[in-house]
Structure formats: structure tokens, C-alpha cells
Design a protein around this ligand. Sequence first.
Ligand SMILES: [Zn+2]
Length: 250
Amino acid sequence: MNLLSSVSLLLTLFLLPVTSVAEVAEDQVRETVQECQQVQEQTEDWRLLLVNRWNPMPEEYAVTLKKLPGGLQVDERAYEDLTAMLTDCGKAGLHPIVCSAYRDVATQTRLHKNKIARLRAAGYSQSAAEEEAIRWVAAPGTSEHHTGMAVDIVSASYQKLTHQQEKTAEQKWLMEHCWEYGFILRYPTDKSEITGVGYEPWHYRYVGREAALAMRDSGLCLEEYVVIRRLAEAMNIHTETIQETVEAVS
Ligand SMILES: [Zn+2]
């Protein structure tokens, strides 16, 4: 599959109604995302680094970390926007808590193994447990938390990582305002086939304000946005909005 067919498939994916998207074979999506990553330029905007189950962290990638007040660490370049978002959420009378931020590979390995063990205990076979586990806890090396640009935020009044999290006032505020601070809700409920991750109404990813705004307005997830941006660059297309870009490359 070449770049153009990859992009046309992705365009098809997000222009189709959700029911049709669900019918697209996972293999096809995986192949598309792999192709997308292969065209990634080394000069890519650091904020758009794509890490998912098909695209592990680049081996040479080095992140400079900065400690949050609670002791967890994030990429120092995302620190200011993150703390501004948390501060403003607090000013709205809410109590967001960052419960996970940067994770090294050893920590991810432990979490991943624990998830598989819990699924095995619940009756899954080893292979089924491994398959299910990566929908919820990324395999070591493929977690966005390795980048230092991903944070899990929960409400002080409800700290479980379940779908109920979306009902808290903190998540409602964050989902409405995160783009103003350069963050996106990384794994929305309707994009699981493309992101490879189930709905996580607590996982936010720093992408910078321009990209966050464009993704909010267009409804694109990071995988889709990165492909559109790269294709537009390759075709030397310059447009005002991401919607115009989508139309121009279609
Ligand atoms: Zn997370």
C-alpha cells in the first residue's frame, strides 16, 4: 500500500459513519497506520510524535523531564501548558489529579504483565489475555506515556480509571477546555479502530495549541491529523484550516 492509498483509506475511515468504520478490517487499519509512520520525516514537529501499538518510541528519542508538584514527571516543554490547565481547572472550583505521567519501559512492563495476570485470573486464555491487555495497557515501548507528553488525569472525588470518569465535573471541564492549553483527549470513544486503544476519558496528550485546536474543530484523532498534515506538506498544499486541507488532499 502506498502513501496515497493509505491516506485515501484513512480519509474514507473518518468520512464514513461510525457503523461503517467498525466494518473496516483491523488489519487494513494497522497497515495504514504503519505506512503513515514510515513517511514520518525526522524534522517532524516534536509535539506530533506518534507512538501507538504499531509505532514504538524511536530508540534514539531522549526526553528531558520536569517534576510536577506531586512528583510525577513530564516533558519539560509541556510543563507550562499542563500546569496552566490544572491551575485554571482548580480556579473553576474543581480538583483534578494527575495520576500518571511519564513512564519508563520497566514500569510499563510491570503494568502490562499485571493486566495480563488479571485477565488470566478472570478466565482469559494466555493469547486472549495478551490481545485484550494491549487495548488497555500498552505493550512496553509502545505507550504514549514514554514520551512524557501524556498524562492521566482523574477527579479527586472519583479516582478510578473507568468510563464513569467522563461523568465527573473535572473531565467535563477538561474535555471542553484542554485544547486551549494544547492538549487533546487522545483516545475518544469513536476512534478505537484507528488509535488501537479503547476509550479512555482520562488520558490527555500534549500536541501544542494549533494542532489541538485543529483536531477539536475537525474531529480528527492524532493518527488522522498527522497523515493529513504530512500529505499536505508532501503536496505543498497550504490552507487556513484543517478542513480545507482535508478537502484539498482528498
Ligand atoms: Zn494514559
